[in-house]
Design a protein around this ligand. Structure first.
Ligand code: NAD
Length: 481
């Protein structure tokens, strides 16, 4: 396989203006997969001009909501028609096991388009009960304008879909900028959007690295930035977009607590935390990483968790036997390994793993630490890898405060058979999503986003319609004077 991907601007596939390219590789082998055009400032300018022109094109602005819905539905159908190809491409470029690529990435991408296709005909205004006499006031929900959609490398296809679908449902025009490590399924998704028949300039694609992202954020012709990625880059985007007060939504990092109460079904909690922590090799923003376990059951839990983690089969995602694929890059593997070394240096008890796997590619052994305390670096910083920390607790009354003692607030998990405990803790924990006795899986119909440094705003569900529209109030004087 050797792909050569180009930029998509104003309905044309094109090389970068200066001819620059970058390579993407297969993390299971480290070998090159293909090259992509690397967008520079001239390409960003051109894409913004095309997206702005499409905002004035009646082929898009006068398209009926039901015709827009059919376009989005068509993309969902095309994603499903190309499921095998997209799943294999995601596995090759990103590393995730093929089963995850099918069940999460491709299925999720199609579901987001289908869910938001339904919204096209349901974006309503309201009549406001103003107190001025003889006055009608109503609201319209209008597209924000040109939206820059900047995505990370962990679930590139699904995250591109969860931004593209609502942005297009609301009538915006978009410029998608996928992560430089994993651009290939985003390129394919844009080809499918072209096939579905969006007018030229409505969907644009710029492959490239942080420089292309920065140029989009700084561009005066961009009205909104929807960013999913790390919290430090999220902070930079807020500063860079302050000049013209762009609309910004941010889905950022996480450090999810998972509370295992004394009354939890322990085997279910072990399996749930293992899967909740190690999906996509732990490269999940909502991954369960701080496991607060009742001290009376902590030893048994840790022992079972470590045995299960050590028994997982590592391998290339394309091998059907694989349960844990590689990390996305050598650079990221080194980062994960350095966190593990810090954990050992700070006195955490390494129970299993803690080293790079002895094979080609960027594989890291699933790692379980016991006796982790709240102040340790591995309990505070986002590792984004296959590292689980068991943190015993004695006093249930302290739990919410300990779980909330983090800069992040994306997700949390509770394992208990007591409804009162579950609902009390769900209310006390400061996170955008609390999962009770289940895995952290997003759904197009439910809000997704974080408290604190995990982000701004919510995507998915009706919240995404708020995020991709501006509200306009129209005042009409109905009297004669
Ligand atoms: P990253 O922040 O390094 O990069 C994300 C994207 O931003 C890439 O496309 C990159 O090229 C671009 N970029 C980098 N610097 C930029 C800048 N200064 N201005 C504009 N664009 C810039 O993140 P990553 O390493 O690709 O992804 C991992 C991070 O994403 C983790 O922190 C993870 O928690 C987070 N994430 C969050 C969610 C969520 O829903 N909250 C989902 C997935 C991943």
């Amino acid at each position: 396989m050797n792909t050569r991907a180009r930029l998509y601007i104003g309905g044309e596939w094109t090389d970068a203006a200066d001819g620059a390219e970058f390579a993407t590789s297969d993390p299971a082998t480290g070998k090159p997969l293909g090259t992509c055009a690397e967008a520079g400032q001239a390409d960003v300018d051109k894409a913004v001009t095309a997206a702005r022109a499409a905002l004035r094109d009646p082929a898009w602005t006068s398209m009926s909501p039901s015709a827009r819905a059919r376009l989005l539905w068509r993309v969902a159908d095309l994603i499903e028609e190309h499921e095998a190809e997209l799943a294999e491409l995601e596995t090759r470029d990103q590393g995730q096991p093929l089963g995850v690529a099918h069940a999460v990435s491709v299925t999720g991408a199609a579901e987001h388009f289908r869910y938001f296709a339904g919204w096209c005909t349901k974006i309503e205004g309201a009549v406001s009960p103003v107190s001025f006499p003889d006055t009608l006031h109503y609201t319209r929900r209008e597209p924000v304008g040109v939206c820059a959609l900047i995505t990370p490398w962990n679930f590139p296809l699904m995250i591109a879909a969860w931004k593209l679908a609502p942005a297009l449902a609301c009538g915006n025009t978009v410029i998608l900028k996928p992560a430089e490590q994993t651009p290939l399924t985003s390129v394919r998704l844009v080809e499918l959007c072209e096939l579905a028949g969006f007018p030229p300039g409505v969907v644009n694609l710029l492959t490239g690295g942080p420089a292309a992202g920065r140029a989009l954020v700084a561009h005066r012709g961009v009205d909104k930035v929807s960013f999913t990625g790390s919290s430090p880059v999220g902070r930079e985007i807020v500063q860079q977009s302050a000049g013209d007060l762009k609309r910004v939504t941010l889905e950022l990092g996480g450090k999810a607590p998972s509370i295992v109460a004394a009354d939890a079904d322990l085997d279910r909690a072990v399996t749930g935390n293992l899967q909740g922590a190690l999906l996509n090799s732990g490269q999940v923003c909502a991954a369960y990483t701080r496991l607060f376990v009742d001290r009376r059951r902590a030893d048994e839990f840790t022992e079972k968790l470590a045995a299960a983690a050590a028994g997982l089969r590592l391998g290339p995602g394309l091998d059907p036997e694989t349960q844990i694929g590689p990390l996305v890059s050598l650079e990221h593997l080194d980062r994960v390994d350095s966190y593990v070394r810090t954990g050992r240096d700070q006195g955490a008890d390494l129970v299993t793993g803690g080293h790079r796997a002895d094979r080609d590619g960027y594989f890291y052994a699933p790692t379980v630490f016991g006796g982790v305390t709240d102040d340790m670096t591995i309990a505070r910083e986002e590792i984004f890898g296959p590292v689980l920390s068991v943190m015993p607790y004695d006093d249930p009354e302290e739990l919410a405060a300990r779980a909330n003692d983090t800069e992040y607030g994306l997700a949390a998990s509770l394992w208990t058979s007591d409804l009162a405990t579950a609902h009390r803790l769900a209310a006390d924990i400061r996170a955008g999503a609390v999962f009770i006795n289940m895995l952290p899986i997003p759904d197009a119909a439910a809000p997704w986003g974080g408290f604190k440094s995990s982000g701004w705003g919510r995507e998915m569900g009706p919240y995404a319609i708020d995020a991709y529209t501006e509200v306009k109030g129209v005042w009409v004087h109905l009297g004669n004077s």
